[in-house]
Design a protein around this ligand. Sequence first.
Ligand code: BGC
Length: 286
Amino acid sequence: MEDYYKEQGLLQPHLPKIPAQRILAGQAALVTGANSGIGRAVAEALAEAGAHVAVNYVVGPESAEEAAKAARAFGVKAITVQADVSDEAQVQAMFRKVVAEFGALDILVNNAGLQADAAFDAMTLAQWNKVLGVNLTGQFLCAREAVRQFKLQGVRPELSCCAGKILCMSSVHETIPWAGHVNYAASKGGVMMMMKSISQEVAQHRIRVNAIAPGAIRTPINTQAWSTPEAYNALMKLVPYKRIGEAVEIGRAAVWLLSDYSDYVNGTTLFVDGGMTLYPGFEAGG
Ligand code: BGC
């Protein structure tokens, strides 16, 4: 399949090489769901930017350790921490562990998320609750602990001009309705409004809360959308930029959004989607 993509020019040989800048040096970050996909790429990008990283996972300690090892290669500290983000006690224990290890917390990346797709009239309550539990309640529980910690710490000017940063991983489906994925789209719409409301409430404490809305990014969550030529070609009808995104590109956006370069950015969703939200059906004029 890789060969097919190369032949078709669908891979990203032109993905820009950008020299690492240590713009998060010495800050402590927790990334949920960091043992695969976008979470892992974000954890690595933060490490490359100089942050110490706690890699949260729920299953798969080996993959979490691999992610931590990749982070350590950038000369930072990295630990793994197991917790189901939809479980209040586990989330609180996770924050205690991370703060004990790093002595503080500067960054939360609320990334853990999943899909449990079904036609609407066949969707079970368990599928609904699972997706809302992880994708929305999980982000609430983690954000609440992070805000509590940031308020305790206050601003530490030697590290950053604000007291803490939260990045919520949303999706283009915070705004694009998604048939067959009602639970997922509802969870991401919820993330958007939760993120904005938290930001409005805590900005006065110099805490910044923002989101990234990835479009189609090549990860295990959407393999069926890119792993055959037919699927890939169908996907491209939805992407004006005519290529799939790579997880590292979300990592790069995250570094900027979590650094002081974006200090005046509050309560915003940054779409990283190759134009998926630009009504691609109209690209030939409609
Ligand atoms: C979903 C992917 C999907 C993408 C674009 C993401 O939020 O998790 O499965 O490919 O949105 O539709």
